[in-house]
Design a protein around this ligand. Structure first.
Ligand code: NAD
Length: 315
């Protein structure tokens, strides 16, 4: 199967590398306005394939996306010094208004997986452009949302308790950003509620340890950006996982961002993360987990922040 990646920067190349290691596609086409960067990344990645899987990796143009099952979007303008979020979004809006129709002209049946930030607002924008220009259903546009935050939450819980992170089931909901909601009340390990499990293995979850984990999850990007300028490995692996559930029609449950209206009464659609079932035709179900009063209030606040950002900034 052929897949495309738009944006050959740190995130785009990390996605491609994870896809090569996972062996989830036969052909990866990398597109960037900086063609020499895309060429160099493709050549470097091709040299990883003999150690991993038989994948053709190449730099390409939009028409090379013909027949692509999915296209991942990791392009974007970086914030300039002194630039407001509104200015940055406007520049990004102009970029996506050009990119999306070109992808869909070449590959009208493709799914669009979005990583570019602010991912919830950009996913809204991409879904809107895809619907307007090519009548694409919103269920075929999937924002990476809180997949990375969910992974960070699981990794930090696992580290605290001392179990495999594959045994931890826990989700982060809402915005991919400061207002995200760590769904503590629904977290389980080995089908046992997290608090109960933690107490049984003598690693109790105190207020202090919860606050520490919250900080490690919510502030992760700030710390990593301070240390190395950007984050890419986590989202690279996460996007490859997302691509795998689509390409293999796994119907896996992941916390991705997608347009949703009617959540607690508001009419306007907003993109935020909830657990969703994802397979070869995109999102087939959106689930609302049981929440405590406190979690529900926090999720409504996160939704309100995204509603304001989306509709004030883009409409
Ligand atoms: P980067 O600057 O390294 O790469 C961006 C690439 O986009 C550049 O190579 C640039 O040439 C390309 N580009 C810009 N405009 C283009 C256009 N019109 N057509 C084609 N290519 C174009 O940035 P990065 O570190 O790779 O980050 C990419 C995006 O991913 C950012 O928006 C970043 O915030 C986001 N990100 C998201 C997550 C997440 O969890 N969703 C995590 C990390 C980063």
């Amino acid at each position: 199967m052929k897949i495309g990646i738009i944006g050959a920067g740190q995130v785009g190349s990390a996605i491609a590398y994870a896809c090569v290691l996972e062996g989830i596609a036969d052909e990866i086409v990398i597109i960037d306005q900086n063609e020499s960067l895309a060429k160099a990344q493709a050549e470097d990645l091709l040299h990883a394939t003999p150690f991993a899987s038989m994948v053709q990796v190449r730099q390409g143009q939009y028409n090379d996306l013909e027949g692509a099952t999915l296209v991942m979007i990791a392009a974007g303008a970086a914030q300039k010094q002194g630039e407001t979020r509104l200015d940055l979004l406007q520049r990004n809006a102009d970029i996506f208004a050009k990119i999306i129709p070109q992808i869909l002209k070449a590959a009208p049946d493709t799914l669009l997986l979005v990583a570019s930030n602010p991912v919830d607002v950009i996913t809204h924008l991409v879904a809107k452009i895809a619907a307007q220009t090519h009548n694409i259903s919103p269920s075929r546009v999937i924002g990476s949302g809180t997949i990375l935050d969910t992974a960070r939450f699981r990794a930090e819980i696992a580290k605290h308790i001392g179990v495999s992170n594959h045994s931890v089931h826990a989700y982060v909901l809402g915005e991919h950003g400061d207002s995200e909601v760590l769904h503590w009340s629904g977290a389980t390990i080995g089908n046992i509620p997290l608090t109960n499990f933690a107490a049984q293995v003598a690693s109790p979850l105190t207020q202090e340890s919860r606050a520490q984990i919250d900080n490690l999850v919510r502030r992760a990007a700030y710390r990593i950006i301070q240390g190395k300028g950007a984050t890419w490995f986590g989202i690279g692996a996460g996007m490859a996982r997302l691509a795998a559930t689509v390409l293999r029609n796994e119907n896996a449950v992941m916390t991705v961002s997608s347009p949703l209206s009617g959540l607690w009464g508001e009419g306007k659609p907003v993109c935020l993360s909830l657990p969703r079932v994802i397979g070869s035709s995109g999102i087939s179900a959106t689930l609302m987990p049981e929440l405590t009063q406190e979690e529900e209030t926090a999720l409504k606040r996160s939704r309100d922040i995204l509603l304001e950002a989306t509709h004030n900034l883009l409409n």
